[in-house]
Ligand binder design. Structure first.
Ligand code: MRU
Length: 336
C-alpha cells in the first residue's frame, strides 16, 4: 500500500507481511479513509492466517479458526470509528464460517483471499456509481467545498466525495474545488489537494477556519464530504471539522452532501450518539509534523471525528442513489 503519511512529498509503497504491520498501518494512518481501512483489514486477515500453514497442523481446523478470530479481533482494535473496518472483518469471518464444514483450511484461506479481492473490486465499482449520482447535483461553474480526504487514497479508486468531482470534470463541467486543510493531520492539504491537483482540477486550499468566509463571499455552491459511520437516522461521523462545515453551510443556505457506500452505514445505531469517536494522541496537536506549536503541559483535546446531525445533511449519495430527505424511513428504503 501507499504510505499516506509521507504524502505529498514522497510517494512510497510499503509491504505489510504480518498482522502487526497491517494493524500499525491502519493505526498510524499509513492507510486511512473508511473504505480503504476496510479493504486493508480484509487483506490483513489473509496476511494473518498465513502463519497457520507454516507453523501449525494444517489439518486442525479448530486452530485455524482460532487464529482467524484472533487476527480479526486484533485488527478490529486498530481504530474505532470507521464502521467499514468492522463490516469487512465480519464479512470475512462469515465467509469462513459458511465454509467451515465443507472445506479444508487451505481452501477456506483461498476463499478468504477471493473475498478480500471482491471487497476491493466492489468498492471500485461503488465509487464510480456514487460519483455519477453526485455529479448530477453539480452545475458547470460551481464552487465546491470538501473536508478531509475522501478520494482514491481513501478507497479502492475514485473515492466518494472526490469521485463526484472527478466525474463532474469528466463530464466537462468546469468546477472549482476548495479543500479544507483539515487540522490537525492535514489530510485535505496533504492528500486531497495532491489528488485533485494531479487530476488537473482547479483546486484551492484553505485553512478550516476560512470556510465560513469563503461561503459568505459566494464562492461555494455545495459541500461534499465522505463519512466514517452513518447511523440509522442519518447522523454522520466524519473527520473532525465536518460538523463545523455543515453548520456554516446551513447558515449560508448551501446544500451539504455526504457521499458514502452502504458499507459505511451502521443501522444498529439509532442515532449518532452511539458512534465511538476515536481520541488521538495530544502530541498530534502539540507537535504536528515535528514542530512544537503549543506549550508543554497544556491540556489538549484531540477527537479525530465529529457527528453531523442528519438535519444538516441535504442528501446522502450512495451507490444505490441519493437519499433525500435524510431520515430513518428513506435510509431503510434504500438499504433494506
Ligand atoms: O482519520 P482519517 O484520515 O481516516 O479520516 C478519514 C475521513 O474522515 C474521511 O472523510 C472518511 O473516512 C471518508 S473516506 C471516503
Amino acid at each position: 500500500m501507499i504510505d499516506q503519511t509521507l504524502l505529498p512529498v514522497e510517494l512510497k509503497e510499503i509491504e505489510c507481511r504480518d498482522t502487526e504491520a497491517v494493524w500499525d498501518a491502519i493505526k498510524m494512518l499509513k492507510v486511512r479513509g473508511a473504505p480503504a481501512i476496510g479493504i486493508a483489514a480484509a487483506y490483513g486477515i489473509c496476511v494473518g492466517i498465513r502463519s497457520f500453514f507454516s507453523e501449525g497442523d494444517s489439518e486442525d481446523k479448530g486452530q485455524f479458526f482460532d487464529l482467524l478470530n484472533r487476527t480479526a479481533d486484533y485488527l478490529a482494535a486498530s481504530r474505532p470509528t470507521a464502521v467499514n473496518l468492522f463490516w469487512a472483518l465480519d464479512r470475512m469471518k462469515r465467509i469462513a464460517r459458511e465454509l467451515k464444514d465443507q472445506k479444508t483450511a487451505a481452501e477456506i484461506a483461498v476463499a478468504l483471499l477471493e473475498e478480500a479481492r471482491k471487497i476491493h473490486e466492489e468498492d471500485r465499482a461503488m465509487c464510480r456509481k456514487m460519483g455519477e449520482y453526485g455529479a448530477s447535483l453539480v452545475h458547470d461553474g460551481d464552487g465546491l467545498l470538501t473536508h478531509c480526504n475522501a478520494g482514491g487514497l481513501a478507497t479502492a479508486e475514485y473515492g466518494t466525495a472526490l469521485s463526484v468531482f472527478f466525474i463532474s470534470a469528466e463530464q466537462g463541467k468546469k468546477i472549482k474545488v476548495y479543500a479544507d486543510e483539515t487540522r490537525p493531520l492535514l489530510q485535505g492539504a496533504r492528500l486531497t489537494a495532491w489528488e485533485l491537483h494531479q487530476a488537473g482540477i482547479d483546486t484551492t486550499l484553505i485553512c478550516d477556519s476560512m470556510a465560513a468566509q469563503v461561503m459568505k463571499e459566494g464562492k461555494i455552491q455545495a459541500v461534499f464530504v465522505g463519512a466514517d459511520r452513518i447511523a440509522a437516522n442519518g447522523d454522520t461521523a466524519n473527520k473532525i471539522g465536518t460538523y463545523s462545515a455543515a453548520v456554516c453551510a446551513k447558515a449560508h443556505g448551501i446544500p451539504f452532501y455526504v457521499v458514502a457506500p452502504y458499507s459505511t452505514f451502521d443501522l444498529k445505531l439509532e442515532n449518532g450518539s452511539g458512534i465511538p469517536i476515536e481520541q488521538r494522541d495530544p502530541e498530534e496537536v502539540r507537535r504536528g509534523f515535528g514542530r512544537q506549536t503549543a506549550p508543554d503541559g497544556v491540556k489538549i483535546y484531540n477527537p479525530a471525528f465529529d457527528i453531523t446531525p442528519a438535519e444538516l445533511i441535504r442528501g446522502i449519495i450512495t451507490e444505490r442513489g441519493i437519499i433525500s430527505p435524510v431520515n430513518r424511513e428513506n435510509i431503510e428504503k434504500f438499504l433494506g
